[in-house]
Design a protein around this ligand. Structure first.
Ligand SMILES: O=C(O)CCC(=O)C(=O)O
Ligand SMILES: [Fe+2]
Length: 316
């Protein structure tokens, strides 16, 4: 090997070891230069975009998602949530200081009404609906006013002779007991004075099926705020008289919240209680099979909106 060739070889070796020093991190240093890999920029951008897409998907799916507050198969003592009242609702209830909820909300209990009480009310409803019923999928029967859906209209059940067979004295006491128990639960849940709360109208049985609507009254699945729909309501309660998934399909009560829909599956004897303002915007899912029975029991803080203390001629 000539001198010149030797020099060239040495230079190559020095050059090679320099390059190695550049790419292999020095283990004696705490942080070397970051490792690189082919198409690094493409990969890191892809990871960023996928992450962003996953975040957007998570946000949108949790917004349109459904939370089940009460499953039909569960037996719940007092499950619910409390949140701020809608501003209009808060403003209105300021006229009734003893009746202002400490906070708005909704809750479900399966421990308040017994199976026997629910069965008795269910039978009252069936005897009433047997005398009429809507041509569409939603019928109502109000024991206080006597209003009963009849084809495309309403009749007063008291005008029918058979109305005498709807209630027995024991039915009347059961109805009164159930109303008082539910009123007590409202008072307790929202920490209000019982003397400032009154049963209001309409308080009515409902019978829902999948028969297509004939009049506007049959469209029970329309989202609504009870305070706006019924005027006098400050607190709404529902007592379910039949079972979701067994007696009927569909028909879940759904609250439309900002983050997700919150659903209650009806269960015989289950009571749902909620403040009637826009904080509890809700609808009933369309029934797809079977017949759903419930009673809407409503309370007001306004003593001038009290319901009648009589049901089909019996004193409560
Ligand atoms: O039956 C239900 O679950 C709810 C009924 C309802 O929204 C109402 O009566 O205003
Ligand atoms: Fe409602």
């Amino acid at each position: 090997m000539t001198n010149e060739e030797n020099q060239l070889k040495k230079r190559k070796v020095v050059h090679k070891s320099d390059k190695t020093a550049e790419t292999v991190p020095d283990k004696n240093k705490t942080l070397g230069s970051l490792p690189t890999f082919p198409n690094q920029r493409l990969w890191s951008r892809s990871v960023l975009i996928i992450g962003l897409l996953l975040f957007i998907w998570y946000k949108s799916s949790s917004k349109n998602g459904n939370i089940t507050l009460a499953k039909q198969s569960e037996i719940l003592a007092n499950k619910g949530s409390m949140f701020d009242c809608d501003a209009d609702y808060s403003k209105e209830v300021t006229s009734y200081p003893e009746c202002i909820p400490n906070v708005c909300g909704r809750l479900v209990t399966d421990k308040l009404i017994t199976g026997t009480e629910a069965d008795m009310l269910h039978k009252i409803a069936q005897r009433g609906f047997a005398l009429g019923g809507s041509d569409g999928g939603a019928s109502i029967f109000d024991l206080h006013s006597g209003a009963l859906s009849f084809k495309t209209k309403f009749v007063n059940v008291l005008a029918l002779n058979e109305s005498k067979r709807i209630l027995s004295p024991i039915d009347v006491s059961t109805y009164k007991l159930v109303m008082n128990k539910i009123k007590g639960a409202v008072v307790h849940a929202f920490k209000i004075d019982p003397h400032s709360l009154y049963l209001t109208k309409p308080t009515f049985f409902s019978k829902l099926t999948n028969i297509p609507p004939v009049t506007e009254h049959d469209k029970y699945w329309m989202p609504h705020v009870d305070k706006e729909t019924y005027g006098s309501f400050h607190y709404t309660s529902l007592l379910y008289l039949s079972d979701f998934g067994m007696d009927f399909k569909g028909g879940r009560l759904t609250f439309i919240d900002k983050q997700a829909n919150v659903t209650i599956e009806p269960r015989k004897g289950r009571v749902a209680i909620f403040t009637s303002g826009a904080e509890n915007f809700h609808f009933v899912e369309r029934v797809s099979e079977g017949t759903r029975y419930a009673i809407t029991i409503s309370f007001t803080c306004n003593k001038f909106e009290k319901n009648d203390q009589q049901i089909l001629g019996f004193n409560l």
